[in-house]
Design a protein around this ligand. Structure first.
Ligand code: PMT
Length: 401
């Protein structure tokens, strides 16, 4: 995904420098060319040879190296990169750049570059919360520099708190996202994902196999494209994307209420969740006991609200997309749901096919629109399916003007 991109990776002097080696390896897996610049401090933690081996390029460390290809090194690096990523970024390097100090190769390259610059800070919590550091970061943000916020966790110094460098996998996601065109900027997109669960007693519930992968992929793609994303999710065990407002729910009723809070202000509602259609009529406050002399056990179910149908009835300007999970008569049932729920288009997937539907990384979809248009797609990664769906959404948004 980063083919033809050159990332200038600035590694500064903190213990998280060792994680930067993993970061290089992950960027290389995405086919990026990685040029590493290490500060003197960084070289105290990890050797340049490590980064040279991982990146397959000479590691840049000194300001006054021999001139390479008759270019001055800092100018040549500044022009060569599509992005400068500083990970880990210490308070010292952040402070220098915020105050126009260019006293080593990295800070000089940043000064000489007109490309995007992102910092992944890593430092002790007290340092991270220091007003001087905060002011420097705010200044840089105002100037258009990007930050990949650190996580909260156990730090190398033994403290627990804010300041742990973001995980390399998340940094790579962020890098990929930063190259995506922001064509959904200023749009608010509500996405539902995952299953819902309907409790029967304190230890049992009714649910389905939805993992949330489909909905989370759509949420990630929309956020990468600059949309303001509200992701309403049932219980899942996968990591939600960054840069989305996450709302966790359990039951179909809770999902309905959460969508209701945001529906009036959204431009698009995408219903990729698999809400449970029926719930047990009665919830038993205590665990239902097994009866030794009875072989049968029945539960009475009552209908849950149909979220998509409810909002389909009251929608004004919103674009609404639904999914149809079918095992037979795909076109017929999906077309019926498209009409009944008053959707703009429906994404039908035959969940009985291998590589489609629940809890897999791929999907095989057919899009049916409300003009009767039908498009079949081959098996694709869910990340790719998400792009296809949002390209259609973008088209509809542009059409509305
Ligand atoms: O989460 P994954 O493991 O990645 O799996 C993806 C998926 C199979 C869940 C997804 O691709 C999908 O098909 N989602 C819709 C599942 C579903 O509930 O389909 P349905 O045909 O029963 O419902 C039709 C539409 O009505 C859906 O948009 C659904 O979100 C919506 N619905 C359904 C029931 C209900 N009570 N309220 C609803 O809004």
């Amino acid at each position: 995904m980063l083919k033809d991109k050159t990332i200038i990776l600035g590694v500064t002097g903190g213990i998280a420098a060792y994680k930067a080696a993993d970061l290089v390896s992950r960027l290389k897996k995405q086919n990026a060319n990685v040029e590493v610049i290490m500060t003197e401090g960084a070289a105290e933690f990890v050797t340049p040879l490590t980064f040279q081996t991982m990146s397959g390029n000479i590691v840049h460390t000194k300001m006054f190296n021999e001139i390479i290809d008759y270019d001055v090194e800092h100018i040549s690096l500044a022009q060569k990169g599509d992005m400068i990523l500083i990970a880990p970024a210490t308070a010292n390097t952040i402070g220098k750049i915020a105050n126009g100090i260019a006293d080593n190769l990295l800070t000089t390259v940043v000064m000489a570059s007109d490309k995007k610059v992102f910092f992944a800070p890593a430092m002790n919590t007290k340092m991270y919360q220091n007003p001087i550091v905060k002011t420097n970061m705010e200044k840089l943000k105002d100037l258009g520099y990007g930050f990949i916020e650190p996580a909260i966790g156990k730090l190398a110094c033994g403290d627990f708190g804010e300041g742990k460098m973001a995980e390399p996998a998340d940094i790579v996601d962020f890098v990929i996202g930063s190259f995506v065109e922001k064509d959904l900027r200023d749009k608010t997109i509500v996405i539902t994902a995952g299953p819902t669960i309907e409790p029967l007693d304190p230890v049992r519930f009714m649910t389905n196999h939805s993992s949330g992968k489909m909905g989370y992929s759509i949420a990630k793609n929309a956020a990468d494209r600059g949309a303001n994303v509200i992701l309403i999710t049932g219980p899942t065990s996968i990591e939600p994307p960054r840069n989305v407002e996450l709302i966790r729910v359990n039951t179909t009723e809770e999902m309905l209420n959460a969508v209701g809070k945001h529906f009036d202000d959204c431009d698009v509602l995408i219903k990729s969740a698999a809400p449970v259609d029926y719930k047990p009529k009665d919830f038993s406050q205590s665990k239902i006991k097994k009866k030794q002399n009875e072989d049968k056990f029945s539960i009475e179910y009552v209908k849950n609200p149909d979220i998509a149908a409810h909002f389909g009835k009251i929608k004004e300007n919103q674009i609404m997309i639904g999914f149809a999970a079918e095992t037979d008569n795909l076109y017929e049932y999906a077309a019926e749901k498209l009409k009944q729920k008053n959707l703009d288009f429906i994404v039908a997937n035959d969940v009985s096919k291998e590589g489609a539907g629940f809890n897999v990384d791929t999907n095989i979809i057919t899009i049916i629109d409300n003009n009767g248009g039908i498009t079949n797609y081959p098996k694709m990664e869910k990340t790719q399916v998400a792009k296809v769906i949002l390209d259609r959404v973008k088209y509809l948004l542009d059409d509305k003007g």
